[in-house]
Design a protein around this ligand. Structure first.
Ligand code: SAM
Length: 266
């Protein structure tokens, strides 16, 4: 049975390039395949963001890792976007992309896909430029701390949170996941929104040398965690991993998408 400390240690060999290669190239990111998991995730996020109900000053992405796909719809609705990760290697990978440095991952196909969902006919390069301008900071985070962003952002100051595959991927068990959800909920203003994508019934994933253990739980447990925390669930969707997306880099069975709103009275 691993602990929060064991998991933090196993992240020390996390390889951002290997993680990107495992998850963000075809078949998982094949935009010509309607079953592609990445296309499903982008559609969930785009639909919530098209509702007209989400927006404000500050959006924080919790546990960005080396990826930006998860904010491609939401960033447009906020004045300032803050990316965060536990590992310096991931924060460096993000900065490489933000500064358009050689060797940065190519998020072009993902941005292009989100532009086609939005259907405004906008050249994807314009969205890329706007996102690069909108990100104000890339900062450390630890969801196991009562103030996950330390002194950078005080509790109750954030309008919305995005988080993808973070809380379960750094928690030893379901109670630790619930506690981490409580910690990030503290950052949100009353009435603030969370868009969360998470793994269902996954016990591990690989990122180069690193084998990370994941807190494994079901769709119902995900839903319950949000309800018990005092959120109203605005949308909940799940995806079953098809055989074609099982590429030997994890044992994930499915994915959940939650759009939840913190109650005004919390
Ligand atoms: N958000 C990305 C995505 O959608 O692919 C990356 C998810 S990756 C599976 C999990 C991320 O959680 C890693 O980037 C890792 O550095 C981060 N992480 C590990 N321990 C953490 C902690 N205690 N608090 C916050 N994030 C943590």
């Amino acid at each position: 049975m691993s602990t929060i400390k064991d998991i933090a240690e196993s992240y020390q060999t996390f390889d951002p390039a290997a993680y990107l290669q495992n998850n963000y190239v075809p078949p998982r990111a094949d935009f010509s395949d309607p079953d592609s998991v990445v296309a499903w995730k982008l559609k969930c996020l785009a639909d919530a963001c098209a509702s007209g109900e989400i927006g404000g000053q500050i959006l924080v992405d919790i546990g960005s890792g080396p990826t930006v796909y998860q904010v491609l719809s939401a960033f447009e609705l906020f004045k300032e976007v803050i990316l965060t990760d536990f590992l310096a290697v991931n924060r460096e990978e993000l900065k490489k992309w933000l500064h358009d440095e050689p060797g940065a991952f190519d998020w072009g196909p993902f941005i292009n896909h989100v532009c086609s969902i939005e259907g405004k006919g906008e050249p994807w390069q314009e969205k890329r430029k706007r996102l690069r301008e909108r990100v104000s900071r890339v900062i450390p985070v630890n969801v196991h701390q009562p103030c996950p962003l330390g002194t950078e952002l005080a509790p109750g100051t954030v309008d919305a949170l995005v988080s993808s595959f973070c809380l379960e991927a750094c928690s030893p068990d379901y109670p630790a996941f619930v506690k981490a959800l409580q910690n990030i909920t503290g950052l949100l203003k009353p009435g603030g929104h969370v868009l969360m994508i998470g793994a269902l019934e996954e016990s591990y994933f690989l990122a180069g040398e690193a084998k990370l253990s994941v807190a494994s739980f079901t769709e119902e447990m995900t839903r319950k965690a949000f309800q018990d925390m005092g959120y109203v669930i605005r949308d909940f969707r799940s995806y079953t991993m098809p055989e074609s997306m099982k590429v030997g880099v994890d044992d994930v069975k499915g994915i959940s998408f939650v759009w939840a709103q913190k109650k005004e009275s919390n």
